[in-house]
Design a protein around this ligand. Structure first.
Ligand SMILES: [Zn+2]
Length: 279
């Protein structure tokens, strides 16, 4: 269930997230303080009066971790002095094996639901305005009764290792210049994840892989993915970037690495496991 309350100023949780576009809005951090201090959201008492007209939404946490509250400001909302926008992926701490559902996952859940609510304002069947279902985290159309649940799009990310123990890292045209990361791609309708991996690797770098093994997952609500991290072994083929999505791809040794993706991503988690000799 989602409780939404436009502009009435009723706030239920003592801490809450504030979003603008897909970014987190937070008090400017004192020098030297890391963005992961923002994972639990802002204190309600610290919110400026300028935010009082924003829609407040409260959703259940996972695993009885208590409700999660968030405010949604317009993408171009002029922020008052002392507040700033921060890309959510920059707030994420490094993933740690066995640690799940901490404050980072509450932030990711809030971000996902915030965007889903924005994108599900109207019924996909009859076009009428959707309402919130009273008992579940779902939208329901009051005209035709259609229910809509949050959409989650599975995507694979794959660390490929060759017979020399080198890892395949690629530069995607959408990356910041110089950054190399893992091959990734979306699961297609009617496709199992192993086939997604084989197809994406073949399409993007023209090689074949086997020994596919699942390692870890990460919610990645930009806007609605679940990243599923795997490893695989190089089997055959000549490494050839597709030149469209992948501009460059190379085998790297552990001691000669390019710039890597951010610490909070599952791609970095997989790369770190390989660097530590655990894959
Ligand atoms: Zn409808």
């Amino acid at each position: 269930m989602a409780v939404s309350d436009r502009g009435a100023g009723r706030l239920y949780t003592t801490r809450l997230y504030v979003f603008s576009g897909a970014d987190l809005v937070a008090p400017e951090l004192p020098e030297g303080l890391k963005p992961d201090k923002l994972l639990e959201g802002a204190e309600r008492k610290d919110l400026p009066a300028e935010f009082s007209g924003a829609e407040y939404v409260e959703i259940p946490g996972i695993d009885e971790t208590g409700p999660i509250g968030f405010l949604t400001l317009a993408k171009d909302f002029p922020l008052p002095r002392g507040w700033e926008k921060i890309p959510i992926r920059k707030c994420l701490p490094p993933m740690i094996a066995g640690e799940r559902s901490g404050p980072a996952n509450r932030l990711l859940r809030a971000c996902h639901i915030m965007q889903w609510r924005r994108d599900s304002a109207f019924c996909g069947s009859c076009g009428g305005p959707n309402g919130d279902h009273p008992g579940e985290l779902a939208r329901q159309c009051p005209s035709c009764g259609r229910l809509e649940f949050p959409r989650i799009s599975p995507a694979i990310i794959i660390l490929i290792i060759n017979e020399k123990g080198q890892a395949l890292l690629a530069h995607n045209r959408n990356f910041v210049p110089g950054i190399y990361s893992l091959i990734a791609g979306f699961n297609e309708a009617g496709e199992d994840l192993e086939s997604t991996i084989v197809r994406e690797v073949r399409e993007e770098v023209n090689i074949e892989v086997d020994n596919i093994r699942y390692i870890a997952s990460q919610p990645w609500p930009f806007p609605n993915s679940l990243m599923l991290g795997f490893t695989a072994r190089y089997k055959s083929g000549t490494l050839t970037p597709d030149g469209k999505e992948i501009e460059d791809a190379k085998w790297f040794n552990r001691n000669e690495l390019p710039d890597l993706p951010g610490n909070g991503s599952v791609s970095r988690y997989l790369i770190n496991l390989w660097l530590e000799g655990k894959l």
